[in-house]
Design a protein around this ligand. Structure first.
Ligand code: SF4
Ligand code: SF4
Length: 332
C-alpha cells in the first residue's frame, strides 16, 4: 500500500476478553502507539484505548462508513456472536442498536485489508467452545471451516482473504509485523497459509527453540507440573503440532508457555478451545495419540526407544526435578 497520507486503521472488539489488545500494547521498546506512527499507521479508533467515547466515537464510525474517511485496515478482536437466531443481538455496540455482526460486515466490505486479531476473531475461539450458545464464529472461519461471519467468498478491497493473526493471545510482534507489512504493501495472499495465517510466524512450530529441547531429544519427561523435563509425553504439550514462533521470540522480553512450565495448547489452531484433558497426554497403549507433524509413527517410536535407552543420567534426573540437581560433568 503506497499512500502518502497516514494509513487508517480501525479496531473493533466483538466477543473479546480484551487479551489481544493487552498483547498489542506490549509491543516494542517505544510502545505500540509509537510503532504504529513509525509505520505511518493512524489509529482512527479503538474501543479500549481511544479517548473518544459516545457520540464522538459514533461520529468516527459514521465518517468511515460514509466513505468520508478511507478505511485502509480493519482489525477485529473477538468472536462474532451470531445468536440469537442469526440476528447477532447478543453483542450490540454500546449506544447503538447495531450489532457487531452488522458493523463487522459493513466495515469489512469497505476495508482494503481485514485482519482478525486472535483466535476468537479468526476461528471462533473461546466463546465458540462447548455448546456455543451464542453461535460464536470467526470472521472468515467457523472452526476450521471457511465461512464464518463474512462468508467463505469474502475478499477485502485489495482482494485478500481475512488475515488471521491466530493465537490466544497472539504474540505482540505478530500483530505489529502484520500491520507493518500491510502498511508497506508487502503482504500478499502467497504470504498466508491455508488457514489465513501469515507464514512469517505460521512457518514455525512452537516446539522450535523450546528451552526443554534437550529433554525432548532424550525423551526425558516431566511427570508433574513444575518439573523441568519435556511436557509432551505426560503433560499434553502440543507444540510439535502447533504453528507459531513463540519459543524463538520471547514474550514480555523473556518467556513462553513451555518456558514457564505450561504445556502448549496449540492456541493458534482452530478449535483449540475444545481440547480435552489439558495437561494430560491422551495415549493408546501407552503411545501418545498426537505425534509430531511430519513424522511417521514408526520412526517416532523407534527414535523414542533409542533416545530413552541413551538418556544421560544428568538429563534424566533433572527432568524430574524442579531445579538443576545434576550439573554437566567435564569428561575425565
Ligand atoms: S483470542 Fe484469546 S486473548 Fe484474544 S480475545 Fe479471544 S480469548 Fe481473549
Ligand atoms: S515441552 Fe513441548 S515445546 Fe518443549 S521440547 Fe517438549 S514438546 Fe517441545
Amino acid at each position: 500500500m503506497s499512500v502518502s497520507r497516514p494509513i487508517n486503521l480501525l479496531w473493533l472488539q466483538a466477543g473479546s476478553c480484551g487479551g489481544c489488545t493487552m498483547a498489542a500494547l506490549e509491543q516494542g521498546a517505544s510502545g505500540w502507539f509509537e510503532e504504529l506512527k513509525n509505520f505511518g499507521l493512524n489509529l482512527l479508533w479503538h474501543p479500549s484505548v481511544s479517548e473518544e467515547t459516545g457520540a464522538e466515537a459514533l461520529e468516527i464510525l459514521s465518517r468511515v462508513e460514509s466513505g468520508a474517511d478511507k478505511l485502509d485496515i480493519l482489525c477485529v478482536e473477538g468472536s462474532i456472536l451470531r445468536g440469537p437466531n442469526g440476528t447477532g443481538k447478543f453483542n450490540r455496540l454500546s449506544g447503538t442498536d447495531r450489532t457487531l455482526l452488522d458493523f463487522s460486515r459493513s466495515f469489512a466490505a469497505l476495508a482494503d485489508y481485514c485482519v482478525a486479531v486472535g483466535s476468537c476473531a479468526a476461528y471462533g475461539g473461546i466463546p465458540a467452545g462447548g455448546p456455543n450458545p451464542t453461535d460464536a464464529c470467526g470472521l472468515h472461519y467457523s472452526g476450521a471451516e471457511a465461512g464464518g461471519a463474512l462468508g467463505s467468498d469474502y475478499r477485502s478491497r485489495k482482494n485478500l482473504p481475512v488475515i488471521n493473526i491466530a493465537g490466544c493471545a497472539p504474540h505482540p510482534g505478530w500483530i505489529m509485523e502484520t500491520l507493518a507489512a500491510l502498511a508497506s504493501g508487502d503482504l500478499t495472499s502467497g504470504d498466508l497459509d491455508a488457514l489465513g495465517r501469515p507464514k512469517f510466524f505460521a512457518g514455525h512450530l512452537a516446539h522450535h527453540g523450546c528451552s526443554r529441547n534437550e529433554y525432548y531429544e532424550f525423551k526425558a519427561s516431566a511427570r508433574t507440573l513444575s518439573e523441568r523435563g519435556c511436557l509432551m509425553e505426560h503433560l499434553g504439550c502440543k507444540a510439535t503440532q502447533a504453528i507459531g514462533d513463540c519459543n524463538q521470540r520471547a514474550w514480555n522480553g523473556g518467556g513462553s508457555c513451555t518456558h514457564a512450565g505450561y504445556a502448549c495448547i496449540s492456541c493458534t489452531s482452530p478449535n483449540f478451545q475444545d481440547l480435552r484433558n489439558h495437561h494430560v497426554t491422551p495415549k493408546i497403549a501407552g503411545i501418545p495419540v498426537g505425534l509430531p507433524l511430519d513424522m511417521p509413527k514408526a520412526w517416532f517410536m523407534t527414535l523414542a526407544a533409542l533416545s530413552k535407552s541413551a538418556t544421560p543420567e544428568r538429563v534424566r534426573k533433572n527432568a524430574e526435578a524442579d531445579r538443576i540437581v545434576e550439573n554437566p560433568k567435564r569428561p575425565k
